[in-house]
Structures are given as C-alpha cells and as structure tokens.
Write a protein of this length. Structure first.
Length: 87
C-alpha cells in the first residue's frame, strides 16, 4: 500500500491503516503457523473446517502457448503497416 515507507514504520502503519478494517483473527503473529492451519489442517480464519470437494476429475485448462517472434511475417507486416501510417 505504501511501498516508499521505511520498514521500521510498517508495523505502526499496519496498525493505523489495515488492522481497523480486517477481522482480528487475520492478524497472525506467525505466518508459518497460519499457513499450516490454512493449507494442511484446512481451517478458515474463523477456525471452521474447509471442505474440499474433489471428485478426482480436473477441468481441462487451455493455454495459449503460441510464440510470436519479430521475424514472423504477420508481425513484420503489422509493423510495416504501422510505419506507413506514421509518415
């Protein structure tokens, strides 16, 4: 939120800007313990169990893995068209 602040003033700014707006259970003294409970014990921040509905099937994921280089004819043509409109 305030990337230019010195690290020594961050705890006080957190108390002023963030803490009043979040649930008190989210202020954790040890991040590793919180991650353990959230990821492995599967509890939410209220201490309630998180039920993962996993039927064993995954949805297919579509990735756009096409690689375009500047030497490709379509890119070169587009760049040429752009330059012709500038002049």
């Amino acid at each position: 939120m305030k990337p230019g602040l010195h690290w020594t003033v961050l705890p006080e700014k957190h108390r002023q800007l963030v803490a009043p707006h979040i649930h008190p259970n989210l202020v954790q003294p040890c991040f590793r313990k919180y991650l353990w409970r959230a990821l492995f014990v599967r509890e939410d921040y209220l201490g309630k169990p998180v039920v993962v509905d996993d039927d064993g099937t995954d949805e297919p994921i579509q990735f756009d893995t096409s690689v375009v280089f500047e030497t490709d004819s379509t890119v070169a043509k587009d760049v040429t068209d752009l330059h012709s409109h500038i002049d």
